[in-house]
Design a protein. Structure first.
Length: 261
């Protein structure tokens, strides 16, 4: 209840701040949606020149892309620590965070959240609904619960990977730019893993498991016979990577000695 209250308070402050300049808020929303529309447009252009990518049809790839947007939109709503090293380590803002009673990472997440990104998740879900209706997917009564579990697993994977690489700032004050590289790599997850070579497929499955933030969970609904059981590993993979990321983060916080004078 304590953290739920914090979330509500931060949301209230966010809305008061952003709605003071309403045009800026809606411009940000529209820019995010435009970026997603451009990615969607790219997929549609590709299928103007081919009927399939590997064994995947246009509507199947759209379904995968729609799923990819759902956990990504939810994750990016709360995780915006791209400038963590410069703002919180170099400038010493983390000292302020560590003097407060709430868990430090939750405080960082709440004060940097961006609810406008929820529109991306909504658009992704609508793309899934549309493409799923075109494919005539045979869904079971429990599939909505499976969908929620898969999305939560994908969010945990995002969290684990990005928390781990963000925590590297505790060991080096120099920004490495690795988060920008990760952002580019994660986009591979919105396409079928079968179109990549074995090495890249292995990397995107077990090393940086971005295959589990898009393709594998979506494949549960598209081709349950071949991918269903494997897709159900998503929550487990998410739990493993999130635990690892939080472990490194907590160790980094303990190692942190302040910005000094």
């Amino acid at each position: 209840m304590f953290y739920a209250g914090l979330l509500v308070d931060y949301l209230k402050n966010y809305m008061k701040t952003r709605l003071t300049y309403r045009s800026d808020f809606w411009i940000e929303v529209m820019s995010d949606l435009l970026f997603n529309v451009l990615n969607l447009f790219f997929i549609l252009i590709v299928f103007q020149h081919t009927a399939r990518i590997d064994e995947w049809t246009e509507q199947q790839v759209l379904f995968i892309y729609g799923y990819f947007m759902v956990p990504y939109g939810l994750f990016i709503t709360f995780f915006n620590l791209w400038g963590f090293s410069e703002k919180y380590i170099v400038k010493g803002e983390l000292d302020r965070i560590l003097t407060r009673p709430a868990y430090n990472l939750i405080q960082l997440i709440l004060e940097n959240m961006d609810p406008s990104s929820l529109f991306s998740a909504l658009v992704g879900f609508l793309i899934m609904v549309y493409s799923g209706s075109q494919l005539g997917l045979d869904l079971m009564w429990y599939d909505p619960f499976v969908f929620v579990a898969l999305v939560l697993g994908s969010i945990m994977i995002y969290g684990g990977v990005y928390i781990f690489f963000t925590s590297l700032s505790f060991f080096s004050d120099s920004p490495t730019g690795i988060l920008a590289l990760l952002w580019n790599l994660q986009n591979y997850g919105r396409y079928p893993m079968t179109i990549y070579n074995r090495l890249l497929g292995f990397m995107l499955t077990w090393v940086l498991p971005f295959g589990f933030v898009g393709f594998y969970p979506a494949a549960y609904f598209l081709d349950r016979a071949n991918w269903g059981m494997f897709a159900l590993l998503t929550p487990l993979v998410g739990l493993v990577f999130l635990t690892f990321g939080l472990t490194v983060w907590n160790y980094g916080v303990k190692r942190y000695r302040g910005a000094g004078s």
